[in-house]
Design a protein around this ligand. Structure first.
Ligand code: BO1
Ligand code: ZN
Length: 308
């Protein structure tokens, strides 16, 4: 009996023995060849990608033994438009992948280049399915927003997470989140680009409103709605961990966010083994590093881009 992980013994090349889906033709991640993407698809342009994440939706921080993960209650969250068209998706959880050093860690690569990490916001299609588990079995059930992490200056919202990680240092540790953590602040607004191109911005869809002589900012209560003018790549793929279901519409932002080397080191300090157990002292003294799956063939799939 073995549990899947990222080690040489039970890592990505062995997953297929227990999870046959991992050998499918719609697997993730992939390498994004920027000069081979198809641009200006009418379907993508006709409806801008938009999202809404109330900070109060982030409920629990978990160490599942292979990353950190924040589980949400989904209340008031929304992702729609772009490749998702009119279907409305809800945020289920968000988590991260990273390396042992700053030169690798992302799952997707851009023109063969890896980033220091990759943040995944995992959503499910509430227009068509009743639960996350049901959606996870359907070809259009899930949508994951991916954000590349590059080492630079410390990220304020990510620091709220980094400061909590010592409380979930061991596998199966879980804490409730009391300070609001806003996943929309983890999306790239300004900063560099994963591909080449010029600048644009993220727009707030619902403007501040006046009420009883006061200015009400949407962020103060239910979270504001944002739409992307920054550009993304999209393709049909899978979960990047077992069971590797081929149920994901991938949406990868062209812009990356910056996190500090120190913040990544805090990620690299999480343990793969439960509290109270001896350190198994297998690879890397039982810390969670290199929790990324290498890119798989794009095959006959189309990678589309939207925005500059
Ligand atoms: S990812 O964003 O592609 N890295 C990803 C990978 C796995 C999941 C979500 C996003 N979730 C998994 C759960 C499994 C469950 C599966 C299908 O969804 O971790 O426990 O079996 O429901
Ligand atoms: Zn992931």
């Amino acid at each position: 009996f073995w549990e899947w992980d990222y080690s040489s013994q039970n890592g990505p090349s062995k997953w297929v023995e227990k999870f046959p889906m991992a050998a499918g033709s719609r697997q993730s991640p992939v390498n994004i060849e920027t000069d081979r993407v198809e641009s200006d698809h009418e379907a993508l342009i006709s409806k801008p990608l938009r999202w809404k994440y109330p900070a109060t939706a982030s409920r629990k921080l978990v160490n599942p033994g292979y990353c950190w993960r924040i589980d949400t209650d989904g209340d008031g969250t929304l992702l729609s438009g772009g490749p998702l068209m009119d279907d409305v998706y809800k945020l289920e959880q968000y988590h991260c992948h990273w390396g042992c050093s700053d030169s690798r860690g992302s799952e997707h690569t851009v023109d063969g280049q890896a980033f220091a990490g990759e943040l995944h916001l995992v959503h499910w299609n509430t227009s068509k399915y009743k639960t996350f588990a049901e959606a996870a079995k359907a070809p259009d059930g899930l949508a994951v927003l991916g954000v590349f992490l590059k080492v630079g200056k410390a990220h304020e919202e990510m620091d709220k997470i980094a400061r909590l990680l010592p409380y979930v240092s061991h596998k199966d540790d879980c804490i409730e989140i009391n300070e609001p953590i806003d996943p929309s602040k983890l999306l790239p607004v300004r900063g560099g680009r994963a591909g080449s191109s010029n600048s644009a911005a993220q727009r707030c869809v619902n403007p501040c409103m006046r009420w009883a002589g006061r200015i009400i900012r949407p962020a103060e209560n239910k979270g504001s709605q944002w739409q992307d003018d920054n550009g993304y790549w999209t393709y049909l793929g899978s979960l990047t961990t077992p069971p590797c279901n081929e149920s994901v519409t991938w949406i990868l932002f062209k812009r990356y966010i910056e996190v500090s080397h120190h913040q990544l080191n805090i990620f690299r300090n999480l343990r793969k083994f439960p509290r109270g157990e001896e350190c198994p002292c297998h690879e890397n003294h039982g810390v969670v590093i290199n929790n990324f799956r290498p890119p798989l063939p794009l095959g006959n799939r189309v990678l589309r881009e939207c925005g500059s």
